[in-house]
Design a binder for this molecule. Sequence first.
Ligand code: 5GP
Ligand code: MN
Length: 344
Amino acid sequence: VYSHLMETQKLQELKQLLESPKKIVIIPHRNPDGDAMGSTLALSLYLNLKGHTSRVVAPNGYPDFLSWLPHNDSLFLFDSHNRQSKEAIEAADLVFTLDFNHLSRVGSDMQNTLENCGKTFVMIDHHQQPDTYAKFTYSDTTMSSTCEMVYHFIDMLGDANLITKEIATCLYTGIMTDTGSFRFKSTTAATHKVAAQLIAAGAENQIIHQNIYDTYTPSRLKLLGIALKNMVVLEEFNTAYISLSQEELDTNNFQKGDTEGFVNYCLTLLNIKLAAIFIEKTSDNIVKMSLRSKGDFSVNDMARTHFEGGGHTNAAGGKSDLSLKDTIAKFISILPDYKAELTA
Ligand code: 5GP
Ligand code: MN
């Protein structure tokens, strides 16, 4: 039914492995977002339902707007539950990695543990340029989200009918967040069909949307005001960007996840094709950035080439060791190389 399925023979092999109870660890990328959390928690709920013993081990914490997700009370954080996390990985028969394409995306400490654990890996991911560490790779860059893929994965195993309200809630969350509430180009007819199945299985779409998007603190909304005030429009390049200094974050009680979605406001401007947000992070001595685009302009390429990052065509991220001011200067200095594409 669906294209780009895991190679049939590999799928059969994995299916066979999953016929007897296994100890399984499931890992999202560092700074997990809605798709990373939703897909890993859903897969864990499904595997436990099938008689396996699975646990999500996330590299680090997640924003408060995800803390209501079903099953998230059972996960370990590799940075703060380091011993338990390592023991779980050590004891595992299988390690699933979800929503990332390269082990470096879990951060260097955990990457080191994973590279040396000698376990059998299963990758489920929709990012471009997947690495080859997994024995079983289900990679499809046309997919809206890893959550959509986990639905297809469960369906491929013949178990779509086992999807509970909790599993559906987790999967719907990740599809919704990764598609910008079903509006990005990656949203296909199949995405909507999956969403329909999830609602039928009990996902409460209105409540999920509220839990994710209508939970701002007053200081977060004020921080958005500052971000919008800081916005700079470069008409010549159909580009707009926002910056936030560490001081601006500190004086507005910044919490993890507070700047999520800010960059998208730049794309609401008429004719803007490229948007960026630069966020100073003095604790790591870096500037973290998010890039967004419309149409065919690839921010994945831009992030890879200039900012040690990557992602998707229309949404990518990266970082810089320069100061906030110099990072922005670097960004502006590379725009002429992209002018033809940005103004086509
Ligand atoms: P965001 O800007 O929302 O953090 O991330 C947008 C997309 O880019 C996500 O798919 C995310 O996984 C990816 N991404 C964000 N930061 C990085 C990074 O530093 N390196 C790579 N390879 N991908 C990133
Ligand atoms: Mn994703």
